[in-house]
Ligand binder design. Structure first.
Ligand code: SF4
Length: 308
């Protein structure tokens, strides 16, 4: 019995490690499974018929198709990394419970408080003016994720309020939504420091992203958007672990733990490259998002940025 149990345990750990190496961070667990896993192992009685070694936990596992999937202890963004993996790739239980708006708002507010007090990156904590947590509708169907705060965002404590942010607002409005309808956040909550320089931005380091990403994971878990729009290569890298160029990825649906994710150019890129063709590419990505959300699309919207 013990040997069979250990064999099954090893196989389970191996399976979870395989999932983790493929970027899966959450697995579905039912309350019955959790209960079974927490129960002491029954020792077989002498002369008792040998039962199927998988029986103690396979029975509840078969019930994973049941709708009662619960949110288990999701590692907190402020928790330390587990011994078996880093924070970015840690396998955690899903948050598929549908929270009410007020529950979401309260949970987001509590998470925000934790982020505002965060000093996990001492250099960023020392140089920032504000932690830029995120903003928008906790019931948003679409969530926009960018890279990191710039100087304007650091100053105001709100993401996407500078020139690139104003362009993002226009893009959102062109779909028929407003900033208040969506949720906007970044991979990194603090502005990357640029020691010795008075201006300019830098890309977050891999270590900074890995340290901060649990906050974004929790935001997404709580908001549960129907679609995520990743703005730029760093957002894709932070969310999916993919370092493929954004030029190749944009316009092609990806998946973030079951949620459709559309990679597109960062609005800052559109400020640098004003070509109509690039605007059209981003707009086509937005049309795809609108289609996924079953939003009405007018003929005028269909034709934005098409040459006459
Ligand atoms: S970047 Fe994120 S993890 Fe680092 S100090 Fe800021 S809030 Fe904390």
């Amino acid at each position: 019995m013990a040997a069979a149990y250990n064999e099954l345990l090893d196989a389970t750990i191996q399976h979870l490690e395989n999932l983790k190496s493929r970027g899966v961070r959450h697995v579905a667990v039912t309350s019955e499974v959790l209960k079974a896993l927490q129960s002491p192992i029954e020792k077989p009685r002498a002369n008792a018929p040998v039962s199927n070694p998988r029986a103690p936990i396979s029975a509840p596992l078969e019930k994973t198709v049941a709708p009662k999937i619960i949110s288990t202890a999701i590692p907190s963004a402020t928790s330390e990394p587990s011994a078996i993996g880093n924070r970015q790739s840690a396998i955690t239980a899903p948050s598929v419970i549908r929270h009410s708006s007020s529950e979401k708002a309260a949970a987001i507010a509590a998470l925000r408080e934790r982020a505002l007090a965060c000093v996990k990156c001492p250099n960023l904590a020392a140089s920032r003016k504000n932690v830029v947590f995120g903003v928008g509708n906790v019931d948003a169907q679409v969530m926009f994720v960018g890279e990191a705060p710039g100087a304007d965002e650091d100053e105001k404590g709100e993401p996407f309020v500078g020139a690139a942010g104003q362009l993002l607002t226009k893009i959102i409005q062109a779909t028929g939504l407003s900033r208040a309808d969506v949720y906007i956040a970044n991979i990194l909550k603090c502005r990357p420091d640029t020691p010795g320089e008075t201006s300019g931005n830098r890309k977050p380091t891999a270590a900074e992203m890995a340290t901060c990403i649990p906050y974004l994971h929790e935001q997404i878990d709580l908001i549960q958007p129907r679609v995520i729009v990743a703005l730029g290569a760093t957002a894709v890298e932070g969310l999916l672990g993919k370092t493929v160029g954004i030029t190749k990825l944009r316009g092609n649906w990806q998946e973030y733990r079951g949620t459709p994710l559309m990679p597109t150019y960062h609005p800052a890129y559109l400020l640098r490259n004003q070509a109509m063709s690039e605007k059209r590419r981003v707009w086509e990505d937005m049309l795809a998002v609108m289609g996924k959300l079953e939003m009405p699309i007018s003929e005028k919207q269909q034709n934005y940025f098409l040459k006459a």
